[in-house]
Each structure stands twice: as structure tokens, then as C-alpha cells.
Design a protein. Structure first.
Length: 170
């Protein structure tokens, strides 16, 4: 780890600790306290429903926690927001892009190997077409791996190319 990265690593851990744990807990406590003592306590109708702070916290948490779980589920599983976040992560995080491209290359390579194993198992010789397919893949693989770096966008571009090819084949 380089010295110049140390500050940013510490800053990253601080921001995540603050936003995920510290700020979250204090925001929840603050919201419950402020809404009860400034709103609920001053309105007799609401005071009947929420006779004390403890009752208010129990009722709000029993409604709010399942509601927020549902919202979180929708965010990750049903909504477009998380998909957009993932697309952005792919565009800006070269390590994530590298991992995805390596996975795609490995899958393609494994398919070729499995196809060859099946042909060899059936006592069939490898055709010129199959040899050309292997040669083309190896050439594509070598060109891509020798020219990509963590600082260029070749991995993200390669993944986008794969996505376009999948869309065209549908």
C-alpha cells in the first residue's frame, strides 16, 4: 500500500463507519425523539394513540422496520436504481470490470474445452473449423490481456461488447 493511499483508505473506512453505523443510529434516535416530543406530545389526539415515548418507539419500529425492509428489497430486486448503481460501478471501478471480463473469458474458454472433450470422447477428430475457433479465441484472449491495464477502459468496453452481442443474439 502506497503512503498516498493511506489517507484515502482511512477516509473511506471513516465515511463507511460514519454513514453505515454512527449516523444511521443517531438519525433514527433523533427522528424518533424529535417527532415525538415536538409533534406527538403537543397534539392530544396523537397522545391518545401514543401515550408515552416507549409506546411510540415500539409502534413506529413495528411498522417502520418491515416497511424499510420492503423498500430495501424493492431497491435491490425490483427497481432500476440498483441496476443503475451497478452499471456505474462497472464503468468507474476497473477492478470490478476486470473481474467480470475474466469471468466471461473463463466461461468461454471452458465451453470450448468442454466441446472438445465431448468430441474427443466420441472419437471424433478436431476439425479445421474447431481449430480455427480455438485459434481465434486465443488470439482475442492474448490481444485483450496484453493491452489491458487497470487504468484503461478495455475491460469495461469488452464487457459492453459482450452485452451487445448477447442482445443481438436474442
Amino acid at each position: 500500500m502506497r503512503k498516498q493511499n493511506l489517507f484515502f483508505r482511512i477516509w473511506f473506512y471513516f465515511r463507511n463507519g460514519w454513514s453505515t453505523y454512527f449516523a444511521f443510529i443517531f438519525a433514527a434516535i433523533n427522528t424518533l425523539t424529535v417527532t415525538y416530543f415536538l409533534a406527538i406530545e403537543n397534539y392530544p389526539t396523537l397522545s391518545v394513540i401514543f401515550p408515552n415515548f416507549f409506546t411510540y418507539v415500539i409502534i413506529i419500529c413495528s411498522i417502520g422496520v418491515p416497511l424499510l425492509i420492503g423498500i430495501g428489497y424493492i431497491h435491490f430486486k425490483r427497481g432500476e436504481a440498483f441496476k443503475s448503481e451497478t452499471d456505474i460501478a462497472l464503468e468507474v471501478n476497473r477492478y470490478f470490470a476486470r473481474h467480470l471480463v475474466n469471468s466471461e473469458l473463463s466461461l468461454k474458454f471452458e465451453k470450448i474445452l468442454l466441446d472438445l472433450v465431448l468430441k474427443m470422447d466420441a472419437s471424433a477428430s478436431i476439425s479445421d473449423k474447431d481449430k480455427q475457433m480455438i485459434t481465434d479465441f486465443l488470439k482475442e484472449y492474448e490481444e485483450h490481456t496484453k493491452s489491458r491495464t487497470l487504468h484503461n477502459t478495455l475491460d469495461a468496453e469488452y464487457f459492453k461488447k459482450l452485452e451487445r452481442l448477447k442482445a443481438l443474439s436474442k
